[in-house]
Ligand binder design. Structure first.
Ligand SMILES: NC(=O)c1ccc[n+]([C@@H]2O[C@H](COP(=O)([O-])OP(=O)(O)OC[C@H]3O[C@@H](n4cnc5c(N)ncnc54)[C@H](O)[C@@H]3O)[C@@H](O)[C@H]2O)c1
Ligand SMILES: O=c1ccn([C@@H]2O[C@H](COP(=O)(O)OP(=O)(O)O[C@H]3O[C@H](CO)[C@@H](O)[C@H](O)[C@H]3O)[C@@H](O)[C@H]2O)c(=O)[nH]1
Length: 326
C-alpha cells in the first residue's frame, strides 16, 4: 500500500517507517519537525515538512502521493507538560487530528492506524488492563487521545472510515538505525542511560510513596521494534474492519527502581538516583493485557525482556552520543 506516516521523523514513527518498508509498503512521511529528525527518516523516503493543521496542503499530498492509508503518529506526548499546557494538547492532538481526518475524507482515504496510549485508562481498578477497561484519563494528554478515538468511531459511522487504534504502553529501546532523541528528554530509560553515559549527574525518581511493591511507579515497557511490527499487522487487518488494541508486553511490569537496576546491569555504571515528588498526572501502575492483538493478529513481543530493551537503547546511544545531530 501507499502509506502516509504523520510524525514519521519522530522516535516511534521512524521505526514504524522502517517496518512498513520492510513489509513492502511505499511510505511518505509528513512531519512539522517540532520534535522530528530528518536523519531518522530512512533514505529514499519522501519527507514532507508540513503541519497537520495545513489541511489543504495535506489534501494535496494525499492526492499527489496517491495515499491509500495513513498511520497517524504526529502528536505532543508528554504527560507532565499536558497538565501545565492543556491547550497545546487539545490543539495539536485533537484539532490537528481532525484536520487530518477531514483531509482524508475530502480525498477519499479511508484507512487509518492511530497512535493512542495507555493514558486513556487513567488509574484502572484492575491490572493487567484489557481493552474493555473503563477509559478515564487523569491528564489532558490521555483526554485528547481518547477524544480523538471517539471522533474516529463517529467518522466510521458517518463516513465509513476504517481505523485501528493502538493503545501503546511505554515504548522504549531502539532499532539498529533509529533511537530516542528528544530535547528535552523526559522518558525514563533514555534519561537513565544519559546518567550512565556521564552526561547527567543523577536521575530523579518521581515519587517513592506509590502503592506498589517498592513505592515507585510500575510501567509496561515495550520494545519499539515490537511496537512497530504491530502497525504493519494492524494496517493489513483494516480490510476486516476497525479495532482497538492494547500494546504492551504484559506480565507484571517494571518499577522505576527496577529500570534503574536493569540499566546498571547493562551499562556497568553506578547511576546515582535522587528522590523527588510525584509528577502530576502519573498513575501508579499501567500494565497491559495484549491478549486481543495476540489472539486476533498473532502479534507477539519478540524482545520483551527489560534487559534486552535497555541494551538496545544503550547500543544506540553509544553509536549516537549526541543523538541525530552528530
Ligand atoms: N513514546 C511512548 O512511549 C508513547 C506511548 C504511547 C503513545 N505514544 C504516541 O506515539 C506517537 C509517537 O510518539 P513518539 O514518542 O515517537 O513522539 P515524537 O515526539 O518522537 O514523535 C512525534 C512526531 O510528530 C511530529 N509532530 C508533532 N505535531 C505535529 C504536527 N502538528 N504536524 C506534523 N508533525 C507533528 C513531531 O515533530 C515528531 O517528529 C505519539 O502520537 C504519542 O502520543 C507514544
Ligand atoms: O526522570 C524521570 C522520568 C520518569 N520517571 C518515572 O518513570 C515512569 C515512566 O515515565 P516516562 O518514561 O516519562 O513515561 P510515561 O509518563 O509513563 O509515559 C509514556 O507512556 C505512556 C503510556 O504508559 C504514554 O502515554 C506516553 O506517551 C509515554 O510518554 C513514570 O512513572 C515516571 O514518573 C521518573 O521517575 N523520573
Amino acid at each position: 500500500m501507499r502509506v502516509l506516516v504523520t510524525g514519521g521523523a519522530g522516535y516511534i514513527g521512524s521505526v514504524v517507517v522502517e517496518e512498513l518498508l520492510a513489509a513492502g509498503h511505499l511510505v511518505t512521511v509528513l512531519d512539522n519537525m517540532s520534535k522530528g529528525h530528518a536523519d531518522a527518516v530512512p533514505p529514499g523516503v519522501d519527507l514532507v515538512r508540513a503541519d497537520l493543521h495545513e489541511q489543504e496542503l495535506v489534501e494535496q499530498l494525499l492526492r499527489a502521493a496517491q495515499i491509500e492509508a495513513v498511520v497517524h503518529m504526529a502528536a505532543d506526548s508528554q504527560v507532565g507538560e499536558s497538565v501545565t499546557a492543556p491547550g497545546k494538547y487539545y490543539r495539536n492532538n485533537l484539532v490537528g487530528g481532525l484536520r487530518l481526518l477531514d483531509a482524508m475524507l475530502v480525498t477519499g482515504v479511508e484507512r487509518l492506524v492511530f497512535s493512542s496510549t495507555a493514558a486513556v485508562y487513567g488509574e484502572p481498578a484492575q491490572q493487567p488492563i484489557d481493552e474493555t477497561a473503563a477509559t478515564c484519563p487523569t491528564n489532558p494528554y490521555g483526554e485528547t487521545k481518547l477524544a480523538f478515538e471517539h471522533a474516529l468511531a463517529w467518522y466510521e459511522r458517518a463516513h465509513g472510515l476504517r481505523y485501528a487504534s493502538l493503545r501503546y504502553f511505554n515504548a522504549a529501546g531502539a532499532s539498529r538505525r533509529s533511537g530516542e532523541d528528544h530535547h528535552p528528554e523526559t522518558h525514563l530509560i533514555p534519561l537513565v542511560l544519559q546518567v550512565a553515559a556521564g552526561r547527567v549527574p543523577h536521575v530523579t525518581i518521581f515519587g517513592d510513596d506509590y502503592p506498589t511493591s517498592d513505592g515507585t511507579c510500575v510501567r509496561d515497557y515495550i520494545h519499539v521494534v515490537d511496537l512497530a511490527r504491530a502497525h504493519v499487522l494492524a494496517l493489513s487487518a483494516l480490510a476486516d474492519g476497525s479495532r482497538i488494541y492494547n500494546l504492551g508486553c504484559g506480565g507484571v511490569g517494571y518499577s522505576v527502581r527496577q529500570v534503574v537496576d536493569a540499566a546498571r546491569e547493562v551499562t556497568g555504571a553506578p547511576i546515582p538516583v535522587q528522590f523527588g515528588p510525584r509528577r502530576a498526572g502519573d498513575p501508579a501502575i499501567l500494565v497491559a493485557s495484549s491478549e486481543r492483538i495476540r489472539r486476533e493478529l498473532g502479534w507477539r513481543p519478540l524482545q520483551g525482556e527489560l534487559g534486552t530493551i535497555v541494551e538496545s537503547a544503550w547500543t544506540w546511544l553509544r553509536a549516537h552520543p549526541h543523538g541525530y545531530a552528530h
